[in-house]
Design a protein around this ligand. Structure first.
Ligand code: NDP
Length: 315
């Protein structure tokens, strides 16, 4: 049978390129889990994906009700689940004020981390049940976890501190909107959310890999300077960022190439190692990368797991 893979945020950028790469093999049915149904349908059509290789299901990660509804509909559809890819993200580098999810969490951490945390916890049983040769849970990370790169060290740097803001619910009322309890900073909130993504992947690995055989992985696909992620940045930045990445840092990858990389992490028979953060070198060969100290802190990973369980109503 074909493999079944759910990709969140498959309506643009990396998610769409990955959906296209997997659909084209004819070996995968891609479930595009998107907040904007029409946008996703148009995106799939213009990418040339053929009908029998994908379906679109509504999912708004900024609402825990929506996450629960998505999981219910998926379970009712009777489809197996072989791979889950947590890819969607919001990035608000120029926001002066925080925005919030339906439950009142700061939007970047609420969407990128808490929405995906609930989604993957609720779908873990379905992954366990899969009889596919290699079942996987992939959470897209970012360079902010790399200590060995320049871009991973650009301020504001990720810093989760003692997690006091997360413990308080990130709502800006009786607590800060930032995980570390500091002043709101949209770029930092995004980076913090990606560190949570990478810590969550490792915590999943420690808790579930041995018993379930599921491969848990994260990756930094390279700098895809052309995606919608930078849509809220100032125009001058959007103009200069792609050539800067192409010619100065040389970290630039096309959406197509990045999509192939993530598709490898989904389906390549040689990438089954669990607990790994994948990166690619200049000749596009994959390697196991090192994470920064904070992004590999086991004690923090455990605390984030427990606090997140409370916030999403699992504990
Ligand atoms: P895009 O903005 O192009 O894609 C983000 C996707 O997430 C879109 O499909 C968007 O939907 C979706 N999304 C946003 N909010 C929600 C929500 N509340 N519910 C459901 N879906 C949502 O960015 P990229 O493709 O660049 O980003 C994809 C991943 O790659 C992210 O995890 C990002 O952190 C990571 N990444 C990106 C890098 C880059 O250089 N671009 C580098 C490293 C990592 P919609 O189309 O409706 O807006």
């Amino acid at each position: 049978r074909k493999g079944s893979v759910i990709i969140t945020g498959a309506s643009s950028g990396l998610g769409l390129a990955t959906a296209k790469a997997l659909a084209e093999t004819g070996k995968w049915h891609v479930i595009m889990a998107c907040r904007d149904f029409l946008k996703a349908e148009r995106a799939a059509k213009s990418a040339g994906m053929s009908k029998e290789n994908y379906s679109i299901m509504h999912l708004d990660l900024a609402s825990l009700d929506s996450v629960r509804q998505f999981v219910d509909s998926y379970k009712r559809s009777g489809r197996p689940l072989d791979v889950l890819v947590c890819n969607a993200a919001v990035y608000q580098p120029t926001a002066k004020e925080p925005s919030f999810t339906a439950e009142g969490f700061e939007l970047s951490v609420g969407t990128n981390h808490l929405g995906h945390f609930l989604l993957s916890r609720l779908l873990l049983d379905d992954l366990k049940k899969s009889d596919y040769p290699s079942k996987r849970l992939i959470i897209v990370g970012s360079i902010t976890g790399n200590t060995n790169t320049l871009a991973g060290n650009v301020p504001p740097k990720a810093n989760l501190g003692d997690l006091r803001g997360l413990a308080g619910g990130l709502n800006g009322l009786n607590t800060s909107t930032m995980i570390d309890g500091g002043e709101f900073d949209g770029a930092k909130a995004y980076k913090d959310s990606k560190v949570c993504n990478m810590l969550t992947m490792q915590e999943f690995h420690r808790r579930f890999h041995e018993d379930t055989g599921i491969t848990f992985a994260s990756l930094y696909p390279g700098c895809i300077a052309t995606t919608g992620l930078f849509r809220e940045h100032i125009p001058l930045f959007r103009l200069l960022f792609p050539p800067f990445q192409k010619y100065i840092t040389k970290g630039f990858v096309s959406e197509e190439e990045a999509g192939k990389r993530l598709a490898q992490v989904v389906s390549d028979p040689s990438l089954t190692k669990s607990g790994v953060y994948w990166s690619w070198n200049k000749s596009s060969a994959s390697f196991e990368n090192q994470l920064s100290q904070e992004a590999s802190d086991q004690e923090k990973a455990r605390k984030i797991w427990e606090l997140s369980e409370k916030l999403v109503g699992l504990a």
